[in-house]
Design a protein around this ligand. Structure first.
Ligand SMILES: C[S@@+](CC[C@H](N)C(=O)[O-])C[C@H]1O[C@@H](n2cnc3c(N)ncnc32)[C@H](O)[C@@H]1O
Length: 221
């Protein structure tokens, strides 16, 4: 099935953008864990546990990357993960082999997931929507809503620009690196598309200072 494309965006633009995000992660997959290690060790690990806290049943790690969330899955869940990059998934598969808890991994783009409707009790996307182009955000959110059970929950975690001038200036200086290396931005407009995607916000919390936000959502009833 082709990706959902907003009427104002040409097909060729959408393809080029998707290709850009995909090729970025194909290219950096072998370096990803190395580049992220300082952050992973310093603060990401404990936060990942907090992000998955309380989730049960069938869960989807959307944009699973190299599988950095695996250790944070609550015991007993039926875990699945997907990513658009086969190189990132290859590393996730190698990591999954070291865990007792099995994880089903699929190469699948968030804008066209290949799971049936109402599959998951919980869906988590960490540091993923900041990599998705504006014109694909609504399609990706709609897909998460589609595969989420009516009483399920979706959690999205991403950076935001700090209101503090010094931190914000540093983030702006780092934007070119973030964009060039990880195809990501500090200013994703994900919130703008919740309504169109049929999602209601349960709550929004900054889980690291004022720069990392977790948004909990549920499908509109
Ligand atoms: C910054 S990494 C984060 C990986 C992981 N969630 C983590 O917390 O370490 C972003 C991941 O999102 C994936 N991604 C970006 N756009 C995607 C899309 N449209 N569909 C599926 N995966 C996507 C990338 O391939 C990459 O693996």
């Amino acid at each position: 099935m082709p990706p959902s494309i907003s009427p104002s965006v040409s097909r060729s633009t959408t393809r080029a953008d998707s290709l850009n995000a995909r090729t970025t992660y194909e290219r950096i997959a072998f370096l990803y864990d190395f580049l992220d290690a300082p952050y992973e060790i310093a603060w990401k690990r404990p936060l990942r546990r907090r992000v998955f806290e309380g989730l049960q049943g069938a869960i989807l790690d959307a944009g699973v990357g190299t599988g950095c969330n695996f250790a944070a899955y609550p015991p007993g869940v039926k875990a699945s993960g997907c990513d658009a990059s086969s190189a990132m998934l290859e590393r996730a598969r190698a990591r999954a082999a070291k865990y007792a808890q099995p994880v089903e991994l699929r190469c699948s783009d968030l804008t066209r997931l290949d799971w049936p409707d109402d599959t998951f009790d919980g869906i988590v996307a960490t540091f993923v929507f900041a990599c998705i182009e504006d014109h694909e955000q609504a399609a990706a959110l709609s897909e998460l809503r589609r595969v989420c059970k009516p009483n399920g929950e979706i959690r999205i975690v991403d950076y935001r620009l700090s209101p503090r001038r010094l931190v914000r200036t540093r983030q702006k200086l780092m934007s070119a690196w973030l964009n060039g290396t990880f195809a990501a931005t500090y200013t994703p407009k994900t919130e703008d598309y919740f309504d169109a995607a049929g999602l209601d916000v349960i709550d929004e919390t900054f889980i690291r200072s004022d720069v990392l936000k977790m948004i909990r959502l549920r499908p509109r009833g």
